[in-house]
Design a protein around this ligand. Structure first.
Ligand SMILES: *Cc1c(COP(=O)(O)O)cnc(C)c1O
Length: 362
């Protein structure tokens, strides 16, 4: 097999090698089925079992109680920017949004079409280099929900604990850091995440929704945009992303087999720690974008002394098989996305490359 590179892409992103190998081995025929996963019916017993595995895997990893519905939806996290307000904002028709980056802003744009939005906090004036502090949040105790983005993929910032929102339902876009550590799902009314960063391939969205919230979804909503439709039909109202859900089943199985999310968190701390240490120990050659107490464990962003050096860094890194390091255009510089599946030895190799590059160019 051809060698694999160090995949630091922001999304779609790296998947565990074990998962890819199992999928490859079974792509031609699923054991005992005589057909590929790409060919089976979503109404078959085989797929029922795969869907159950994926749901149970998610449930076990995050210790999710029966009060929550687990859904696999389509349209990306981006469609949730609309579905969340359409389903959850009525009848109050007002909600709080905490704005910490480009994805929060996109969520806000859709929510404004549905009702009145209070921006509880925004760090845009500081180019989203930090997460707002609890005392900065101007929350409305009567809001239908509070929406926030747990990890800001583009800026490299992350909430290290949930905002305290009292009795108001908390809704989280966790697309780029779900499963990076254990969280207490009971603090949330809803968590959603596009799969392509830390769960599986693109084209499927995991939604974890507290069942009592389904009462808010009105029958006047379009069928496919109504959470009740998907809950009542166990994500099988229409043809789901069969292959995507299959890979999620494999990824959750892999995570459970390898110590679950506590083990994952330990490795994530170690990987990000190495890279942040290289930034902080570079004597100012590398400058992190995020403030230290807002740093993400998943997306690490930094600048070099000039754009010329940044280009050179990316060119040389690419030659050394580190792929996907170019920062998003709104931040510039470098971004290393080190999701769950990115190996510790990859972080060690990247740090060695960073140190050598600094020695030659610093
Ligand atoms: C990538 C990303 C999205 C967009 O996901 P799509 O599946 O492309 O719609 C939304 N929110 C966050 C935090 C992301 O990282």
């Amino acid at each position: 097999m051809e060698n694999r590179v160090y995949n630091l892409n922001a999304g779609p992103a790296i998947l565990p090698e074990e998962v890819l190998k199992e999928a490859q081995e079974h792509l031609f025929t699923l054991p005992g089925v005589g057909m590929s996963i790409l060919e089976i019916s979503h109404r078959s017993k085989t797929f029922d079992a795969i869907l159950a595995d994926a749901k149970n895997g998610v449930k076990q990893l995050l210790d999710i109680s029966d009060d929550y519905q687990i859904l696999f939806l389509q349209g990306g996290a981006s469609l949730q920017f609309s579905m969340v307000p359409l389903n959850l904002m009525p009848p109050k028709n007002k909600a709080d949004y905490i704005i910490t980056g480009a994805w929060s802003k996109k969520a806000l744009k859709e929510a404004k079409r549905v009702g009145t939005i209070n921006i509880a906090a925004s760090t845009e004036a500081e180019n989203f280099k930090r997460i707002p502090k609890q005392e900065e949040l101007k929350l409305d105790a009567d809001a239908a929900y509070v929406h926030y983005t747990s990890n800001n993929t583009i800026y490299g910032t992350e909430w290290h604990s949930e905002p305290e929102v009292g009795n108001v339902p908390l809704v989280c876009d966790a697309s780029s850091d779900i499963f990076h550590k254990k969280i207490n799902v009971n603090k949330y009314a809803m968590i959603y995440a596009g799969a392509q960063k830390n769960i599986g391939p693109s084209g499927v969205v995991l939604a974890i929704l507290r069942k009592d919230l389904l009462e808010r979804s009105q029958d006047s909503l379009h069928t496919m945009l109504n959470y009740k439709t998907h809950a009542e039909n166990d994500s099988l109202y229409n043809t789901p992303n069969v292959f995507g859900i299959y890979i999620i089943a494999l990824v959750t199985k892999y995570l459970l087999k390898n110590g679950g999310l506590d083990a994952m968190y330990k490795t994530n701390l170690a990987k990000a720690g190495l890279i942040y240490d290289a930034i902080d120990g570079s004597g100012g050659f590398y400058k992190g974008h995020a403030e230290k107490d807002s740093r993400s464990l998943m997306n690490i962003t930094w600048r070099l002394p000039s754009e010329e050096l940044e280009k050179k860094f990316i060119d040389e890194a690419t030659k050394a098989q580190f792929i996907g390091l170019k920062g998003h255009r709104s931040v510039g510089g470098i971004r290393a996305s080190v999701y769950n599946a990115f190996p510790l030895k990859g972080a060690e190799a990247l740090v060695q490359f960073m140190n050598e590059f600094k020695t030659k160019n610093g």
